[in-house]
Write a protein that binds this ligand. Structure first.
Ligand code: LMR
Length: 398
């Protein structure tokens, strides 16, 4: 039965990690995957997480099934973070949230649910976008196309192009938007531009799906929720996928959520019932540990403060690495202006390195970047940055 099964290509991001792990060079650096490493090159276990885990371990809780939509305390904590604790939408019962297996799991549940209710809609993702967006929505059965987003000339957003494209779409089109820290470019919309996108979605009857995997990595928890808050104030119905992989450094625990904003409390009940069917037929119900830890941290004032401080520390270190990269490339005599790296937000930079240059970086220097030229600044540290700068300088001069 497997005789005609073809070899699938490696995943463009996680496949790089596989190749990186197999690389025996001691000097290798993985700037491919979006993972935060500390200055010692280690994935941190946050002190707030450690404290919550210790407390949980002491109680030795039994491991019964969770509700299909996950832990209530977790889902409420997610809602407060996304929509703000005083949100009128929350008070009106207009938001349903289901714990999901990371941000990817949330996108998948949302995509499957959308396919059931809008089978003929087209899905639009930014050009470029996170590679898995296309794959996820195509595998849910949708036709996926791009909307204009990145402007290589300005290293920013081609907002006029994006807006006029969205204005031309059919009602019911599904628009995937990066709520903050655009992956892969690091180029975000301004607050005023978000409002314009909200207005277009409203005027044209589009279905917004906000993907928020990096809340807290640009300016702060509430500041980074500006897109969610702008859509919330609009009266529209929309989707939000969110993740604690990065902000809690809980990648392997797969802790995310799908939230859906509906028109009324009564609609919420019907929507949740359908989302639960999608979950039940995919994996039944989510695992316990990650959600319980996040819920404990977010609802315990001392732990929450500890987490916010640790998140700010990660954000600040990434910023410092952006500045250091630009300064060091300049000091190294690289003629090209890399100052745009400091303006980009979140973990990533779209460096402008070509796929051929990325190949040389990997083959000759053991430095791994995504083929599109995306690098993860959160993998740079005070020990590896000089080697990375030397390699980039060499590749650019070649
Ligand atoms: C990334 O873009 O590197 C991360 O979101 C990890 C992933 O799942 O691709």
């Amino acid at each position: 039965i497997f005789a005609s099964v073809e070899m699938a290509p490696r995943d463009p991001i996680l496949g790089l990690t596989e190749a990186f792990n197999a690389d025996t060079r001691a000097t290798k650096v993985n700037l491919g995957v979006g993972v935060y490493y500390d200055d010692n090159g280690k994935i941190p276990l946050l002190a707030a997480v450690k404290a919550a885990e210790k407390a949980r371990l002491e109680t030795m809780p039994p491991r019964g099934y969770q509700p299909i939509e996950g832990l209530n305390a977790y889902n409420q904590a997610v809602q407060n973070l996304l929509f703000g604790a005083g949100s009128e939408l929350l008070a009106a019962g207009r938001v349903i949230t289901a714990e999901a297996l990371g941000g990817t799991g949330a996108l998948k549940i949302g995509a499957d649910f959308l396919k059931r209710i809008s089978p003929n809609a087209k899905v639009y993702i930014s050009d470029p976008s996170w590679e898995n967006h296309r794959a996820l929505f195509e595998s849910a059965g949708f036709v996926v196309e791009n909307y204009p987003y990145y402007d290589a000339a300005t290293r920013g957003v081609n907002f006029a192009g994006m807006k006029s494209f969205l204005e031309g779409l059919a009602a019911g089109s599904i628009i995937i938007l990066h709520a903050c820290c655009h992956n892969p470019t690091g180029a975000d919309l301004s607050d005023a531009q978000w409002q314009e996108v909200v207005d277009v979605c409203k005027a044209k009857g589009l279905v917004p799906f906000l993907d928020m995997a990096y809340q807290g990595f640009a300016d702060g928890i509430d500041a980074d929720a500006v897109a969610v808050r702008a859509f919330s104030a609009s009266g529209l119905q929309f989707f939000v996928s969110s993740s604690f992989s990065k902000s809690f450094s809980l990648y392997g625990e797969r802790v995310g959520a799908l939230s859906v904003v509906t028109a009324s409390k009564e609609e919420s009940a019907r929507v949740l019932s359908q989302v639960k069917r999608v979950i039940r037929t995919n994996y039944s119900n989510p695992p316990t540990h990650g959600g319980a830890v996040v819920a404990a941290v977010l609802s315990t004032p001392e732990l929450r403060q500890m987490w916010e401080d640790e998140l700010a520390g990660m954000r600040d270190r990434i910023r410092a690495m952006r500045v250091a990269l630009v300064d060091k490339l300049k000091a190294k005599g690289v003629a090209q202006d890399f100052s745009f790296v400091v303006k980009q937000r979140g973990m990533f930079s779209y460096t402008g390195l070509t796929s051929a240059q990325v190949d040389v970086l990997r083959n000759e220097f053991g430095i791994y970047a995504v083929g599109t030229g995306r690098i993860c600044l959160a993998a740079l540290n005070s020990k590896n940055i000089d080697a990375v700068v030397d390699a980039i300088a060499a590749v650019l001069k070649a």
